[in-house]
Design a binder for this molecule. Structure first.
Ligand SMILES: C[S@@+](CC[C@H](N)C(=O)[O-])C[C@H]1O[C@@H](n2cnc3c(N)ncnc32)[C@H](O)[C@@H]1O
Length: 305
């Protein structure tokens, strides 16, 4: 199984009690619940995007050096819209992950009413919908503009524009005042190993949380008792072909569990708990107690908060 398409083992995932509840909540997002758009127009607007190739919208100088996924539109997570279904690149992973944070790590309540949640790297927004159905006020960021637009369009089609806001931003751009000390939960899943600077990224998560808030982390990782990371870089692919623009890979650093634990703590977090690896994936939770400083020496952005 390639790292990018790794899904939690479905037999194990089926034993997560929260998964059934989440699947039930997702039934709200079928074409008979659309607001202000016909099922036909909604279906057409999604199907028309799948497989389209567009690097201009992302503003790249050299598309040949960019990630296939950023150029060619692929839908993120499975969704049964009732009148039609879309197969996502990552299957049911969005729901299995949330269920894992609820049932395995005890890090997320099933009722998020009144809570503010930041979803980092939302792709086409599967987890945003689930979090909104759990009651949360959701802000999502996504570095690929075409996916951010799609996720917001889907949320709007279900009348959720006041509950889900998707911003075409990189995590490294999350420096605006409105994102400081702002969230009860930060969902940072499937992204850390795609980043050049995971420690700085964790610091942005730390800054975005309010005191007492929880970071929910999931990443590809390596099985090593030592505190190590494997470097891959943009030349290592795990599946797919250049002609199909469907290669997986595009990973930078893959941490072991001890390395991930240290990175999270060094970014400022308390009560760090890491599970795994299982199927080359690590699951973690950590709390921001209070906003403390971190080591400044060697920081790639010296004045990050
Ligand atoms: C492997 S997918 C994971 C999707 C989803 N979070 C999940 O866990 O199933 C990674 C997503 O994060 C986005 N991403 C990668 N780096 C990012 C960054 N620096 N800031 C925001 N989004 C990023 C990618 O474009 C992609 O949509």
């Amino acid at each position: 199984m390639s790292l990018d398409t790794a899904r939690p083992d479905s037999a194990t995932a089926d034993h997560l009690p929260a998964l059934d509840a989440l699947r039930g909540l997702m039934r709200r997002f079928t074409t008979d619940h659309l607001v202000g758009i016909t099922p036909e127009d909604f279906q057409h607007s999604l199907l028309a995007r799948i497989g389209t190739i567009d690097s201009d919208v992302e503003g790249y100088d050299d598309p040949a050096r960019q990630r296939d996924l950023s150029i060619k539109f692929r839908f993120g997570h499975d969704h049964d819209f009732g009148a039609f279904k879309l197969d996502g690149q990552m299957g049911q992973r969005h729901l299995e992950l949330l269920a894992s944070f609820i049932d395995r790590l005890g890090a997320l309540p099933t009722d998020l009413t009144g809570k503010r949640v930041l979803d980092i790297g939302c792709w086409t927004g599967g987890a945003c919908l689930a979090l909104a159905a759990m009651g949360a006020q959701v802000v999502a960021i996504e570095e690929v503009r075409k996916y951010a637009t799609c996720a917001q369009d889907i949320a709007n089609a279900f009348g959720l524009q006041d509950q889900i806001r998707v911003l075409p931003l990189s995590l490294y751009e999350l420096t605006g005042e409105e994102h400081q000390d702002a969230y009860d939960y930060v969902l940072f899943a499937g992204v850390l190993y795609h980043l050049t600077d995971p420690v700085l990224a964790l610091r942005h998560c730390f800054n975005a949380l309010r005191d007492g808030g929880t970071c929910l982390i999931e990443t590809a990782g390596i099985d090593d008792q030592a505190s190590t990371c494997r470097y891959e870089g943009p030349g290592v692919f795990h599946a797919g072909s250049e002609s199909e623009l469907n290669r997986s890979g595009w990973n930078w650093f893959l941490p072991s569990a001890p390395a991930l634990r240290r990175m999270i703590a060094d970014a400022g977090f308390a009560d760090v708990h890491v599970q795994g690896p299982s199927d080359n994936r690590l699951l973690a939770r950590a709390r921001r107690d209070t906003h403390t400083d971190m080591l400044r020496a060697g920081l790639s952005v010296p004045h990050v908060r």
